[in-house]
Design a protein around this ligand. Structure first.
Ligand SMILES: *[C@@H]1O[C@H](CO)[C@@H](O)[C@H](O)[C@H]1NC(C)=O
Ligand SMILES: *[C@@H]1O[C@H](CO)[C@@H](O)[C@H](O)[C@H]1NC(C)=O
Length: 271
């Protein structure tokens, strides 16, 4: 049996860089309003709310997460309706999908960590790119490690299915995808995937400390398909107290916290 540990680490402090150019005009979400008109203004409050979700996905007490009573599950995210938690223990990935009724939006938060393959991720990051098999994206290349972590694991089918179900229930409300670091890289592929597979232009992406995930050609396709993208590259001002997480980027430095080690044995999905 394969054993691998999930060892979160504390991120380096950083500074806010909000790319407000991607923010769109005011929102007033009525059920009858077409989804293309449901847009967000990405202001500080909204960013703080979203970073709470990106942080909560690092919580390992799944009961507290499921009942939304975890230490990150308060204040700005009060009343969040969690719909699905994915724990891919083999790959040390975690994600949840739910509905923020205050924002009237589906939230997808993704965590990516894998102690044993950090070196591989870093090697992949520098050396390897893989052809992306979305149609109409010739010459677009992405980093295989981050892409596979989303595309070739439970995350892709379970997330897209849960988002579909939530939209069936609540109408074509906005979708906000978020994640830190490697989770941010995976969140980007997730946002792209959802935008393509649902044909929705109401997918928003906000990532924190996210590494580069593809070549310039990919980046320009991405900007077309997920225009509502904000990459917070220095989150210190907005995230005073991050939960432990794996930050090997951008400074390639990380720390081990042995008490946080968990064994990774099977896959679990709680929907
Ligand atoms: C910021 O965004 C939040 C959430 O969308 C919204 O409720 C609030 O009114 C916005 N604040 C400003 C100043 O636009
Ligand atoms: C992505 O996932 C699809 C469907 O599971 C699979 O056919 C495809 O080969 C994957 N792409 C890569 C580059 O691994």
């Amino acid at each position: 049996m394969r054993r691998s540990g999930c060892v979160p680490a504390v991120a380096a402090a950083m500074v806010v860089l909000l790319l407000l150019s991607t923010a769109s005009q005011g929102r007033r979400t009525e059920r009858s309003v077409k989804s293309s008109e449901q847009t967000f203004v990405f202001n500080y409050t909204l960013a703080k709310t979203i970073v709470e979700y990106a942080s909560a996905v690092y919580m390992t007490d799944l009961t507290a997460l499921y009942t939304w009573t975890c230490s990150r599950c308060n204040d700005l995210t009060q009343g969040f309706e969690i719909r699905c938690i994915i724990v891919d223990v083999q790959n040390c990935l975690q994600a949840f999908i739910g509905v923020d009724h205050n924002l009237n939006a589906i939230i997808v938060a993704i965590r990516g960590t894998q102690e044993n393959s950090v070196q591989n991720w870093l090697r992949d990051l520098v050396w390897k790119q893989v052809d992306l098999n979305y149609p109409n994206m010739p010459d677009a290349k992405v980093h295989t490690g981050f892409y596979s972590a989303y595309n070739n694991t439970l995350l892709r089918p379970v997330i897209t299915n849960a988002v579909r179900k939530a939209r069936k229930l609540y109408g074509d409300i906005s979708i906000i995808v978020t994640g830190h670091s490697m989770g941010g890289a995976m969140a980007s592929f997730c946002a792209l995937d959802i935008a393509i597979s649902l044909g929705s232009d109401d997918v928003h992406l906000m990532t924190f400390g996210q590494p580069r995930i593809g070549n310039a050609v990919f980046a320009s396709y991405f900007a077309e398909i997920v225009p509502n993208t904000i990459r917070v590259t220095h989150e210190h001002d907005i995230v005073p107290h991050l939960p432990p997480y794996f930050s090997f980027l951008p400074n390639l430095a990380y720390h081990h916290f042995p008490r946080e080690v968990r064994l990774c044995i099977t896959y679990k999905v709680y929907c």
